[in-house]
Design a protein around this ligand. Structure first.
Ligand code: ZN
Length: 423
């Protein structure tokens, strides 16, 4: 990705560096040629001749946010089956590009795909890296893997269509290996799987059901790791979480009903979890209006409560959480990503500083970019969000783009165009 040239000085705001440290009341950040050369107290900032200056207006200077569970091809659908057959790949590619631009405008300078129709996120990443499309730095997942009859295998046989666009359907370890090998050739970085079901499918694949066998998961991990890919999975059911951790998963999505043994396994390898939980709250709150049955809503409620408790336990026990939200459903549309952060403060009970660390430093670590971005520290990429207002006092300011002074990616001001002047 292209980096900025010259120097940028951001000043007149409290500095939240993303490490979880207390804010620096009067902070400054200096970026030169796309990299941070200084982040700290304003009175210690080096004088940089000819720097462009961004005035934070007494607000907050924080790292660019990381969406750790981003579905660029989910186009605000109301029904699951719309995800794979509603539009052709050409149109979904355009929608994904628009969603990526929106995510960047929302302050998300990096995002990890949680799965994508066809191979769109791999090529979206390429377009973003080459400056053709605007969007977060991406980690791509491509198509997801689920066993036959599992949560994502919803097209009935009589339709004579598979799930070619969205999911690779497998039966047994041999097909699991074949699916991963396909993804290796596609160029993904993360292999996204479905070890468990979800409240969305109460009849055959509910949130306590398993959708993959342990030997299928082991085959996925061995093949993926052999080719330097990482593995994650949609894990709600207690046994599914443990199967994922025992088979060597690199991350766990949701970790909804984790038990003590699962927590020990998670902490032993410091495996990050991405709860993606505001979706559950929104499903309980708005599901009726979108035709959800009471059974489905009840399942989401159980998931919400179990997931909130698990997230608190993981963080309190010293584990790592990424903030990502599965956005792209009709009741959780793209552009509302920061609702996840507000939710984790107001509903789950984490502190704003904890949530911001999860949404920046931990997110970058999950993406494998921990040395490059995620905190405001000298040497890192100039990925910065500047907000007019006290984000620690009111984290919901991050939902309001009209309060953004600047979104900066690699030292380039991506938006909104703030008043720049030369020092
Ligand atoms: Zn997802």
């Amino acid at each position: 990705m292209k980096s900025g040239n010259g120097s940028l000085l951001i000043r007149n705001g409290q500095l939240v560096d993303g490490t979880g440290a207390a804010p620096v009341a009067d902070g400054a950040v200096v970026i030169t040629d796309g990299r941070i050369v200084y982040a700290g107290a304003a009175d210690g900032a080096p004088a940089v001749e000819g720097a462009w200056v961004i005035d934070a207006r007494g607000g907050t200077i924080l790292p660019g946010l990381v969406e750790a569970h981003f579905h660029p091809t989910y186009f605000n659908v109301a029904a699951l089956e719309d995800l794979d057959i509603k539009y052709p790949v050409e149109y979904v590619t355009l929608l994904a590009s628009a969603n990526a631009r929106l995510a960047l405008e929302c302050g998300y300078t990096s995002a990890r795909s949680g799965g994508s129709l066809f191979n769109i996120d791999v090529w979206l990443k390429e377009a973003i890296e080459n400056g053709i499309a605007a969007g977060p730095r991406l980690a791509a997942s491509g198509r997801e893997i689920c066993s036959a009859g599992g949560l994502m295998d919803w097209n009935p046989e009589f339709r004579k269509i598979g799930m070619e666009g969205l999911v690779l359907i497998i039966n047994g370890p041999t097909e699991a290996r074949a699916a991963v090998r396909k993804l290796v050739k596609d160029g993904v970085e993360w292999v996204k799987t479905y070890p468990t079901g979800d409240a969305a499918a109460p009849d055959t694949n509910d949130h306590h059901a398993l959708c993959m066998t342990f030997d299928e998961m082991q085959a996925v991990v061995a093949t993926a790791h052999n080719h330097n890919l990482k593995v994650t999975g949609h894990c709600r059911a207690t046994e599914g979480i443990k199967n994922a951790l025992r088979s060597g998963y690199d991350a766990v999505e949701h970790a909804t009903f984790i038990d003590d043994e699962g927590l020990d396994l998670l902490l032993k390898r410091d495996v990050p979890a991405v709860p993606a939980l505001q979706f559950e709250w929104a499903s309980v709150e708005y599901g009726k209006g979108f035709g959800m049955s009471q059974r489905v809503i009840d399942g989401h409620k159980e998931t919400l409560e179990g997931g909130a408790e698990s997230a608190r336990r993981i963080l309190r026990a010293g584990g790592r959480l990424g903030m990502g939200g599965d956005y792209g459903f009709a009741w959780t549309p793209h552009g509302t990503y920061a609702k996840e952060l507000t939710f984790f403060v107001k509903y789950v009970g984490l502190s704003p500083l904890e949530v911001l660390k999860c949404a920046t430093k931990t997110g970058a670590e999950i993406m494998g970019l921990g040395a490059e971005t995620g905190t405001l520290e000298a040497g890192k990429l100039g990925d910065v969000l500047v907000v007019d207002g006290d984000v620690i006092g009111d984290i919901s300011l991050l939902e309001d783009r009209s309060r953004f002074v600047a979104v900066i990616q690699g030292g380039i001001v991506r938006g909104p165009v703030s008043q720049l002047c030369i020092q």
